[in-house]
Design a protein around this ligand. Structure first.
Ligand code: NAD
Ligand code: MG
Length: 424
């Protein structure tokens, strides 16, 4: 076989990935899926399975879901499986012994080992929450193609991640549907050096979540089941609650600032209840480019896996006539104060974003465990932002200290609110 290099080749892909003419990949890309048992992880494996000639799941990783990970190992035969919890790793090892030769690793070292291994081409970062930061950063530092679903790592340490990508040459491809849409609508380039020629604003769409039309008093008394019943997307429980408080949009605002190197003032939030327009980019000449599609995360995942080519995602074609109408409205920061809190943390900068993220994680967990009310969530976050000193996030240590301090304050707040409100 004679190899030729097309002029359109992105510098990040190994030359051996291209056939003559650059139309079809000939080498199977080895993919690590961190958080493989979650909502994004399962969708990723679905897209990979549709293209077994192009992608192979080289390693899978999860926290404690032994049964689900064992089933994925039997079906896909990855080289490695990682369980964050060491006891669960032991159980998985026993479970797989005899009928599956996948090697089981444990803990943060196991995650870092697979995320940085020389044989790996792409890493799907789909662990939920701040737990995803170390492995995401490790993959970026190792120069991998990083499919970034774990928005919390950018919120906590955007500066560190983006400068690590510039140093290593890692390509970060946004998987969050809005950021993936923005990436598709921007002048094509490399995220390490985003091209914003002629861009005046980024318009980030928000579904408004399950409580968009609810009164403030009904929202205050919302239950975890109601908060997790998202009208358009089926997602993990943490991000579902974030969507209900609109903190998800606040985190995404911060995510957009880091990914596309824009100030918060250049990002507008537009509520769009149908979740068909995934986000838009406004240009100085009055043009607005949007990316549309059915709300199915396999579209951005397939885009990230195949980029710069387009591959089938298994998603139904959009039927605009059947939809007939799309709606847009302004966000309400009075009923949804978390959006304002996140925007203010972005404007403050430094470790304020890590503090906001950590306190939110504690508050959401306490709400899901029915230890605080839905309306307590913004108060817990505000208390942490008021109590923790904000500094420049110069290293991972500094960020992790801010995260720890914020959690301590937030836990204290949860206890206080539970006592004040009685057992919930
Ligand atoms: P999920 O709760 O469904 O899955 C989380 C995964 O992470 C599971 O595999 C779990 O085992 C693993 N995990 C949890 N804690 C871990 C730890 N300490 N160490 C190692 N693994 C751990 O979550 P999800 O909805 O798939 O979301 C994953 C990430 O993607 C989040 O950051 C979320 O904000 C982002 N995201 C999700 C969606 C979506 O549609 N679900 C959309 C955009 C962005
Ligand atoms: Mg999103």
């Amino acid at each position: 076989i004679a190899w030729t290099v097309s002029a359109a080749l992105p510098p990040s892909l190994p030359l051996a990935c291209y056939w003559r003419g650059g139309s079809a990949m000939s080498v199977v890309q080895q993919v690590v899926v961190l958080g493989s048992t979650g909502s994004i992880g399962v969708s990723t494996l679905d897209v990979i399975a549709r293209h077994s000639d192009r992608f192979s799941a080289w390693a899978l990783a999860a926290n404690r879901s032994v049964t689900a990970l064992a089933a994925q190992c039997r079906a896909l035969r990855p080289r490695y499986a990682v369980m964050m919890d060491p006891d669960c790793a032991e159980t998985l090892r026993t479970e797989l012994s005899g009928d599956c030769d996948t090697e089981v690793l444990a803990g943060a070292d196991g995650l870092n080992y697979v995320a940085t291994h020389a044989e790996v081409d792409a890493v799907m970062a789909a662990i939920v929450g701040s737990a995803g930061l170390p492995s995401t950063l490790a993959a970026v530092q190792a120069g991998k193609r990083v499919l970034l679903a774990n928005k919390e790592s950018l919120v906590m340490a955007g500066h560190l991640l983006m400068s690590a990508a510039r140093a290593s040459g890692a390509v970060i491809l946004p998987i969050d549907s809005e950021h993936n849409a923005i990436f598709q609508c921007l002048p094509q380039g490399d995220l390490a050096q985003p091209r914003l020629d002629g861009v005046s604003k980024i318009l980030l769409t928000a579904s408004g979540g399950p409580f968009r039309t609810w009164s403030a008093s009904a929202i205050a008394a919302a239950t975890p089941a109601q908060a997790c019943a998202h009208p358009n997307w089926s997602m993990g429980r943490k991000i579902s609650v974030d969507s209900a408080t609109l903190m998800n949009k606040g985190l995404e605002l911060i995510e957009a600032c880091w990914l596309f190197d824009v100030a918060p003032a250049r990002v507008d939030i537009v509520v769009h209840p149908e979740s068909i327009v995934h986000s838009l980019v406004q240009y100085v000449d009055g043009s607005v480019l949007a990316q549309l599609g059915n709300p199915d995360m396999r579209t951005p995942i397939a885009y990230g896996l195949g980029w710069p080519q387009r591959i089938d995602a298994g998603v139904a074609a959009l039927d605009l006539v059947a939809l007939s109408k799309l709606h847009f409205e302004a966000p309400d920061e009075v009923r949804f104060p978390c959006l304002r809190i996140a925007r203010e943390a972005a404007a403050t900068g430094g470790t304020a974003m890590a503090v906001c993220n950590a306190a939110n994680e504690v508050a959401v967990e306490a709400f899901l465990a029915e230890r605080i009310a839905f309306s307590d969530i913004p108060h817990v976050i505000t208390a942490a932002l008021e109590a923790v000193a904000i500094v420049e996030p110069t290293s991972l240590d500094v960020v992790e200290t801010a995260d720890r301090d914020a959690r301590a304050i937030a836990v204290e707040q949860v206890v206080r609110r539970r006592v004040a409100g009685g057992e919930k």
